[in-house]
Design a protein around this ligand. Structure first.
Ligand code: ARG
Length: 534
């Protein structure tokens, strides 16, 4: 029941005294200072009531001093963290799973950076593997039937389906495909050229999505980058005596750890996904000497990551790096049925989805506020913001249903709601001539329940960010922003801000200014941009 409480139950056992008595003794030993107004014992809890005048003064002063740096700290200083996210496969569609991945990873990236970590964002592109042998074979045969212009990835998928069908009919074609992949590995100019072409085409398409989302990476080293770095992995594992032969293939047996077997080299000698990941761990440990390396990847790959983290223990890398490997698993995104799905009915194209979000918002603006300036720009921020927030508002491991009406609801627990409250703070601030200097503000006018709730929320911001990185859970920040918005909305409804009493007005305006700063910063950290009007 206090602003803060200290439960004494655990101590009771150790000290062999009742919680009540312990609370009593503690209370007698703690000296009240100006920060704490009162202490109270209730049922084994020692409750603290903090001085709300000090709270108002300290919080608003700090926000006013630090501005958009409020909430940041240096807790990550000297630590290097790699955040691997997005990682789509080239010549394949960028699907809504990759979208969720990109949004989660980018938010974590921004928040770690804000807390002082040396943060490196990596897009581990799926640009290698036997399927490219097939793509090349298909391209050789039918490439000239396609323009690769308007929808290059559709064209690629078309070719991929055709060549797969042909492979099923004709063993010889499959053999040709295998040879093509080998040729890529051997640097055959023709095969490498087609492969690069596919890669550039895909990257251009992916970039459109990244631009819409405002997402950036520091490194685009994908699977192919590790193709010549796998032999070393195989060598090390061999020397350590952990490689076993299994029907011609090389494996590491993790059965006794309940993780099955990890394939390292196929019987035909070609390496696989897991081997490239192991090479990447080795490379990243050497290059970055990282403290943490986060893999934002769907939970379907749980076993894969448990396996490679286990095998990585044999790779002579520092203990620190080994302990820092972490799979940040997230749930699937499903679509509520209806108008969401595209022609094929199954694959939803992310660029189309983002565009639809923007178009829908623009329509709403046209209906509700036809005279608004910069409509297009606002529609983009709101539409994209809605999609981003929708991907982050629940615990990331939970499966998420995407539904337009929920995501775009201006009154629900949504991105647009947060933006709407932010815009409200802006319009309040525009109505006053100037923002008061804090030294002139009388904090007595911020002692009502609604104001204090807002103050507590503001005070929590840094703590919330620390929790996000502790759990790698950006939804904690998303929920926080909803909370802060609701608290401000409540304050706004209960208090007249533009008031004939200038002292009252100044205090409320000062609080509004602080909310404006924190809402914007928090939303930006999630990847959302804030509109000036709505
Ligand atoms: N490209 C993969 C996919 O789309 C994800 C890669 C995840 N990262 C990794 N290091 N294995 O499923």
């Amino acid at each position: 029941m206090g602003d803060y409480a200290f439960p004494c139950f655990r101590l009771a056992k150790a000290l062999k005294k009742s919680p009540q008595i312990i609370a009593e003794e503690l209370k007698n030993k703690i000296q009240l200072d100006e920060n704490i107004e009162n202490m109270q014992i209730i049922g084994g809890y020692l409750n603290f009531f903090i001085n709300k005048l000090v709270l108002a003064k300290v919080v608003l002063q700090e926000i006013s001093d630090k501005k958009e740096l409020y909430g940041s700290n240096k807790s990550g200083e000297g630590k290097t963290i790699l955040v691997e996210y997005s990682s789509p496969n080239i010549a394949k569609p960028f699907h809504i799973g990759h979208l969720r991945n990109t949004v989660i990873g980018s938010a974590l990236y921004k928040i770690y950076k804000f807390l002082g970590y040396n943060t490196i964002g990596i897009n581990h592109l799926g640009d290698y593997g036997t399927q490219f042998g097939k793509m090349i074979e298909g391209y050789k045969r039918w490439g000239n039937e396609y323009t690769f212009d308007e929808n290059p990835i559709d064209d690629c998928m078309d070719i991929y389906v055709r060549i797969n069908n042909l492979c099923k009919e004709d063993e010889n074609v499959l053999e040709l495909c295998r040879e093509n992949f080998k040729k890529i590995e051997e640097n055959d100019p023709y095969c490498v050229e087609i492969w690069n072409k596919l890669k550039n085409m895909s990257l251009k398409e992916f970039q459109k999505i990244y631009d819409l989302l405002g997402v950036k990476f520091d490194s685009l080293k994908g699977e192919a980058f590790y193709s010549d770095k796998m032999d070393e992995v195989v060598d090390i594992l061999d020397k350590k005596g952990v490689l076993k032969d299994s029907e011609g293939a090389k494996i590491v047996d993790l059965d006794d750890k309940g993780m099955g077997i990890c394939m390292i080299k196929k019987s035909n000698g070609s390496t696989i996904y897991a081997t490239r990941d192991l090479a990447a761990i080795l490379y990243r440990a050497r290059t970055y000497d990282f403290d943490k390396c986060l893999y934002v990847v769907a939970y379907e790959q749980n076993l894969h990551f448990r396996q490679i983290f286990e095998v990585a223990k044999y790779l002579d890398i520092p203990e620190k790096c080994l302990n820092g490997l972490e799979h940040v698993a997230y749930g699937m995104v499903r679509l509520s049925t209806g108008r969401m799905s595209t022609r094929e009915g199954t694959v939803v194209k992310v660029d189309e989805l983002l565009q639809e979000a923007i178009d829908r918002v623009e329509k709403i603006i046209e209906e509700k506020n036809p005279d608004m300036e910069n409509r297009k720009e606002a529609a983009k921020k709101i539409g994209i913001g809605a999609v981003i927030f929708n991907n982050l508002c629940n615990t990331i491991i939970k499966d998420q249903v995407f539904d337009w009406d929920t995501a775009l609801n201006f009154n629900g627990e949504t991105g647009p709601y947060i933006q709407y409250i932010y815009v409200r703070t802006k319009s309040v601030l525009e109505k006053v001539e100037n923002i008061p200097e804090l030294k002139d503000v009388n904090f007595e006018y911020l002692q009502d329940k609604a104001s204090i709730k807002v103050l507590f929320s503001l005070y929590d911001f840094e703590n919330i960010l620390m929790q996000v990185v502790q759990k790698n859970e950006p939804s904690i920040l998303a929920r926080y922003l909803i909370n802060l918005s609701q608290n401000y909305s409540n304050f706004y409804n209960e208090n007249k801000i533009i008031d004939e009493n200038k002292e009252i007005q100044d205090a409320r305006v000062a609080l509004t200014k602080a909310v404006e700063i924190v809402l914007k910063k928090g939303a930006n950290l999630l990847g959302m941009e804030m509109p000036d009007r709505m």
